[in-house]
Design a protein around this ligand. Structure first.
Ligand SMILES: Cc1cc2nc3c(=O)[nH]c(=O)nc-3n(C[C@H](O)[C@H](O)[C@H](O)COP(=O)(O)O)c2cc1C
Length: 195
């Protein structure tokens, strides 16, 4: 598969979000590597906090069904998420939870998380760059949902100062790690059959 499809989304919808900048940067890197990136915003998929009674009475919201469909349509998924109190941003966690509850006749449970590959990244104005949130996100994806997450991940500390005017990572070492992460994501995504 020459041009693997990669979905990208940020765990923040804040204007000026550092994590959305990582999504922008990854979109650029993936396109350079002949992947086919699809960048979406969770702002376009507003979801109520997961509620089992709502699910039982009305099923998953159409936005969750739409995200589920998008996950299925891509061989790779890139997530950049803020760390909130050492955990996953509630916006992203809620979307992940709703998607995990979507089912249809054609796919087994959790199909959106299987048979594709994930990469995770984070940025924070703090000194740790969101690395603790990435550990939590990795746990949710790998242990909770059986997803394959590549070991390469990039956490960008002092994010208020980390990007150039062109949206690149100013630190050469961090830029190199980011490049290696996107390369591995594309290489792994190529192993999966195009949806
Ligand atoms: C409730 C809350 C908790 C936070 N906890 C952390 C934290 O544990 N570690 C950290 O580095 N930053 C933390 N932050 C700061 C975020 O990293 C910062 O707001 C960041 O800019 C959010 O990502 P964004 O720029 O993509 O919106 C927290 C922010 C909020 C609102």
């Amino acid at each position: 598969m020459a041009h693997p499809k990669i979905l990208l989304l940020s765990g923040s919808t804040r204007s000026g979000s550092y994590n959305t900048r990582l999504v922008d940067l990854a979109t650029k890197r993936l396109a350079e590597r002949d992947a086919e990136p699809t960048r979406i915003s969770l702002a376009d998929y507003p979801l109520p906090i997961y509620d089992a009674d709502q699910e039982a009475s009305r099923g998953a919201p159409e936005e969750a069904v739409g995200l589920h469909r998008l996950f299925l349509a891509h061989q790779g998924i890139f997530l950049a998420s803020p760390e909130y109190n050492a955990g996953v941003s509630p916006l992203l966690k809620n979307a992940i939870d709703w998607i995990s509850k979507v089912s249809d006749d054609k796919h087994p449970p959790l199909a959106a998380y299987r048979n594709r590959v994930f990469a995770v990244s984070a940025a924070s104005p703090g000194p740790y760059g969101g690395i603790r949130g990435l550990i939590a996100l990795r746990q949710v994806l790998e242990i909770g949902l059986g997803a394959l997450v590549i070991p390469e991940q990039v956490a960008v500390p002092r994010a208020d100062d980390a990007f150039t005017a062109e949206g690149e990572l100013a630190d050469e070492r961090a830029a190199g790690f980011f490049d290696a992460m996107t390369k591995r994501l594309v290489d792994e995504a190529r192993r999966y059959v195009a949806p």
